[in-house]
Design a protein around this ligand. Structure first.
Ligand SMILES: Nc1ncnc2c1ncn2[C@@H]1O[C@H](COP(=O)(O)OP(=O)(O)OP(=O)(O)O)[C@@H](O)[C@H]1O
Ligand SMILES: [Mg+2]
Length: 441
């Protein structure tokens, strides 16, 4: 910047020196004729004012004829600039003077025809330029410092704004790691971070729920397994403590023990079935099946059970329906629901089964006129181990797992199961299976 300024100033002064040299040719001619200084001196002072620089005129011997500062008049100058100008060369140089500071000297020869008549010498200080540039530099430095500081501050604040929620999240995750799953983060705003916070809260809620269900399940399983075991224990202990009991008593107790063992087996079998159905890797074995024949077959198998209780089973079909399904699994689901109908219907009752299409679904309706389910129990009957009447369930041998298994199987077939019941009147189960299932297989 400094070099540019100084170079530009030199060029300007040279141009001005040339102009002055041109304009003083005729006054010089006059001066040469009548030796009158005054007009020349006045003229040089005017030029000096115009260009705001010290302007001198030297004759061809290098003696100062006019000095706008009135200091050097009459003295001979032998500066390099003057010497070069006297040889016909315009020139400009920068000097660092003790008295005036940085100063440019410009010397321009004055020609009259081909002959050099004298030299115009301009001296102009560039101190001001230097000071201006120094001031600008200082300002620049200050501004740079300030912007560095502000940028730093803004980055710091941003970093805090972003890192503090992340720190909180990390803290919660660490707490979860220690086993406390119910962690929540505070969510404010509507940016990516709050989305993350919301997702985190949803995840922990779900995790806590799953964890609770797991604990409940383990507690239920333990309880359900413990009940028959306790019964077996009591039965066998009392047998052991009896001295010389009748064989018939042994038989009776052993029969009870046997049925408790059966019950334990059923529970464990059903649990294993549920675990299997819950496996991610579970693949259904889809086969094209006439639902009509599948149901007829089931009824044939369940008939002896129904006959024992004098319960009639009917099957009403409006059309032949063929879909893809996993026969073994769907049979399991239907057996449980139909046998529920038989189990929870007093002797002499009936179970009616209907098969029909409804839009894109196949509907299997299983209706009984049995004891029904109280309203408050309806939302729970698909839960694992849930039984409306625990005491009686034991006598009927139910484990409370049948409907959970059925629901799982129907869910795996992308179907749905619903129930409608009135206490004392009867119960209807609706099973809907989409006709399009298994199309990909
Ligand atoms: N048709 C029905 N009529 C009346 N109550 C029913 C009927 N079906 C189910 N329930 C009630 O719902 C409960 C849950 O049924 P679920 O089939 O899951 O278990 P369960 O029949 O008791 O045992 P499991 O099927 O494992 O032998 C039953 O205990 C019973 O109280
Ligand atoms: Mg059942």
């Amino acid at each position: 910047m400094r070099i540019n300024y100084v170079t530009e100033k030199k060029m300007n002064l040279l141009a001005q020196g040339n102009i002055i040299a041109d304009r003083i040719i005729s006054p010089i001619r006059e001066f040469n004729e009548n030796d009158d200084y005054e007009p020349l001196v006045d003229l040089m002072k005017r030029f000096s004012k115009e260009i705001k620089s010290r302007v001198m005129l030297l004759n061809k011997e290098g003696i100062v004829i006019s000095d706008s500062y009135d200091v050097l008049t009459g003295q001979k100058l032998d500066h390099l600039e003057v010497q070069e100008a006297l040889q016909g060369k315009s020139n400009a140089r920068l000097h660092n003077l003790k008295k005036y500071g940085r100063t440019i000297y410009v010397a321009v020869p004055v020609f009259l025809g081909r002959e050099i008549q004298g030299v115009v010498l301009i001296s102009s200080s560039v101190e001001e330029i230097h000071q201006n540039i120094a001031r600008t530099m200082k300002r620049f430095a200050l501004l740079s410092l300030l912007s560095i500081f502000i940028t730093g501050l803004i980055s710091f604040i941003f970093a805090k704004v972003i890192s503090s929620p992340i720190e909180k999240l990390t803290d919660r995750i660490n707490k979860m790691h220690q086993g406390n799953l119910e962690q929540k983060v505070e969510v404010t705003g509507n940016d990516e971070l709050s989305n993350l916070g919301n997702a985190f809260n949803l995840m922990t809620t779900k995790l806590a729920l799953v964890e609770q269900q797991r604990k409940d399940f383990v507690a239920n399983v333990s309880h359900e397994l413990k009940t028959p075991l306790s019964a077996i224990k009591i039965l066998s202990e009392s047998l052991l403590h009896q001295n010389q009991a009748d064989v018939s008593i042994y038989r009776e107790f052993l029969k009870d023990i046997d049925s408790e063992v059966d019950r334990l087996n059923r529970i464990i079998e059903n649990l294993l079935r549920l675990v299997d159905l819950g496996k991610n890797s579970l693949e259904l074995d889809y086969q094209v099946t006439y639902v009509n024949y599948l149901i007829e077959n089931l009824i044939r198998n369940l008939k002896p059970l129904a006959d024992k209780k004098n319960i009639s089973i009917t099957f009403t079909e409006t059309e032949k329906i063929q879909i893809k399904l996993d026969q073994i699994k769907i049979q399991q689901a239907l057996i449980n629901i139909i046998s529920n109908g038989i189990k929870y219907t007093p002797a002499g009752g009936k179970v009616d089964i209907f098969l029909y299409s409804e839009y894109e679904d196949v509907v299997i309706k299983i209706e009984d006129n049995g004891i029904g389910i109280p309203k408050e129990s309806l939302p729970h009957i698909f839960e694992r181990f849930y039984r409306v009447d625990k005491a009686r369930a034991r006598s009927t041998g139910g484990t409370g797992l049948g409907l959970s298994i059925s629901q799982q199987i129907i869910g795996l077939h992308q179907g749905s199961i619903s129930v409608d019941s009135e206490l004392g009147k009867g119960t209807i189960f609706y099973i809907k299976l989409p006709k399009s299932i298994g199309m990909g297989n």
